[in-house]
Design a protein around this ligand. Structure first.
Ligand code: ADP
Ligand code: MG
Length: 297
């Protein structure tokens, strides 16, 4: 592409709310053969709601939500926002926790008085040395089978409840994926830190085959997956929302983030930001780059 074609394309992108951070990312568009999506907040709305709470050990639903909210008060994750919304007396938990420790892609650990609270995935329980009782495992499997994301709540080594959260596919996801296939993208995959069964359901709805779904991944493992594809000769566009996928966005040949409210991480680590139209702008952005590359006068 000529410099003037690149400049014109960057300008055309800007008018549509597509921020392109350099001509090289437009040039790369015509080489992209693989598009990898993050799940939560990217293919889905990331607008989670608590749909089910199963308490154990003589606790109540409210009690489980309250203790989870104490730990989550310090997190911006969609899971945290949903729990804080569902908990009794929303907004009054911020003062309760001390020593908060975030585990990206896993959950959160906090201290409240003498108690240690852990809220997160089975992997986080294992990591923090909390045994997962058969009863809690069974609840998790039932929730996941119906497409609900399970999150465990533990107090002092004891799992006191499971919280189920529901997300929705973005209305535009199916069409965007169809269009990418029509326009010649060979491989489309989805990566997520969520439970495998939930991940497969979302992928099926979006039109992504089971063998292209990778679940239970930490942020670093999303990046490694992108690297593996690149080592295998692929040119990769990674599409994410900046939550727990910053390293993958940065590593991709083109890291595209969906612009949203407070995502400073995405702005820093991605190469292209779909500020206004969001995910729906992705196919047009790739086409814009291809067209600019063909312009020789
Ligand atoms: P995705 O990869 O789909 O964007 P994330 O990596 O952000 O999802 O989160 C993956 C999983 O980690 C969630 O499904 C949840 O089990 C757990 N998790 C992440 N953050 C939190 C949190 N603040 N509280 C509880 N669980 C969390
Ligand atoms: Mg995400």
């Amino acid at each position: 592409a000529t410099p003037s074609a690149v400049l014109a394309a960057i300008g055309a992108g800007a008018r549509r709310g597509v921020l392109i951070r350099g001509g090289e990312y437009l040039e790369a568009c015509s080489k992209i053969d693989t598009v990898v999506f993050d799940k939560t907040g990217t293919l889905t709305l990331g607008d989670l709601h608590v749909t089910k709470v199963v308490p154990f050990c003589g606790r109540t639903v409210e009690g489980v939500l309250r203790v989870a909210a104490v730990a989550e008060a310090g997190s911006e994750h969609p899971v945290a926002r949903a729990i804080l919304d569902a908990a009794p007396e929303p907004g009054s938990h911020a003062a309760d926790a001390t020593e908060m420790h975030l585990h990206p892609g896993g959950g959160i650990e906090a201290r409240s008085g003498e108690a240690r609270i852990v809220v997160g995935s089975a992997r986080l329980l294992a990591l923090t040395g909390i045994p997962l009782p058969e009863e809690a495992r069974a609840v998790r499997d039932t929730l996941a089978a119906s497409g609900v994301t399970p999150v465990f709540v533990a107090v002092d080594e004891e799992v006191v409840g499971v919280i189920g959260l529901q997300d929705r596919l973005r209305p535009e996801s199916v069409e965007v994926i169809e269009r990418l296939r029509r326009e010649g993208i060979e491989t489309i995959a989805m990566l997520t830190g969520d439970h495998e069964v939930v991940a497969r359901r979302v992928a099926a709805e979006a039109g992504i085959p089971e063998d292209a779904v990778y679940a239970g991944l930490l942020p670093g493992q999303k990046q490694e997956y992108v690297e593996t594809l690149q080592t295998g000769g692929r040119t990769v566009c990674f599409v994410g929302d900046g939550t727990n996928d910053g390293p993958a966005l940065a590593r991709a040949d083109i890291g595209v983030s969906i612009g949203s409210r407070e995502d400073t991480v995405a702005l820093e680590t991605s190469h292209v930001v779909l500020m206004r139209g969001g995910l729906a702008e992705l196919p047009d952005f790739l086409r814009l780059g291809k067209r600019a590359a063909r312009t020789i006068t």
